[in-house]
Design a protein around this ligand. Structure first.
Ligand SMILES: [Zn+2]
Ligand SMILES: [Zn+2]
Length: 188
């Protein structure tokens, strides 16, 4: 058992050797830290501010093993522990437990192995940008360049969905913006 990146066979609870993909033989194992470091180098981070707060977006063009093309999950469970591959995202989350945020993670469909993670962070002190309800902070989600939560996919409308944070209830809500293919929630 040795890591296919650093060739070491040492492991610990913090840094186990994972069987993370479909690769076999001498390239079967990789350290959690080696895999996380490699994925972090392939990541781009973008920040989008509007007068309602900010959205931090992470993009990976591919989130898969380069050899066998197996898509990696966001987290592994091994030895009864969870190992999160994208804990770089956690640094963006508010340290104040009262502060609201919404974490959106893309799923893998068919051959598309790109991944997107968005952290929506409403600024509570900011005045609402919603004329009909002063409690709502509104962020646009879609393919257009003027959206805060940008999803570059041909099936996504320019302004597909509105992400709304209600400061009086503390809840987020999604509102479809008459998009071509609609906004659906996975039952899983
Ligand atoms: Zn290693
Ligand atoms: Zn592989």
């Amino acid at each position: 058992m040795q890591c296919k990146v650093c060739w070491s066979n040492e492991q610990s609870n913090e840094n186990p050797l994972l069987n993370s993909c479909e690769c076999d033989g001498s390239v079967r194992f990789i350290h959690f830290e080696c895999l996380k470091h490699w994925l972090a180098q392939k990541m781009t981070r973008k920040e989008s501010n509007n007068d309602q707060g900010k959205v931090v977006s992470f993009t990976w063009k591919s989130f898969e093993c380069e050899l066998c093309k197996h898509a990696y999950p966001y987290a592994f469970r091994a030895r009864g522990r969870d190992y999160r591959l994208i804990d770089v995202v956690d640094k963006e989350l508010p340290t104040n437990s009262e502060a609201p945020f919404l974490l959106l993670e893309s799923l893998t469909f068919e051959k598309n192995s790109s991944r997107n993670v968005h952290v929506v962070l409403p600024e509570l002190a900011a005045p609402s940008n919603c004329e009909s309800n002063p409690d709502l902070h509104v962020f646009k989600m879609g393919r257009g360049h003027d959206t805060e939560v940008r999803v570059s996919d041909i099936s996504v409308s320019r302004c597909h969905t509105l992400v709304k944070f209600n400061s009086s209830t503390g809840h987020f809500q999604l509102e479809d913006n008459l998009s071509k293919f609609g906004t659906l929630i996975l039952s899983k």
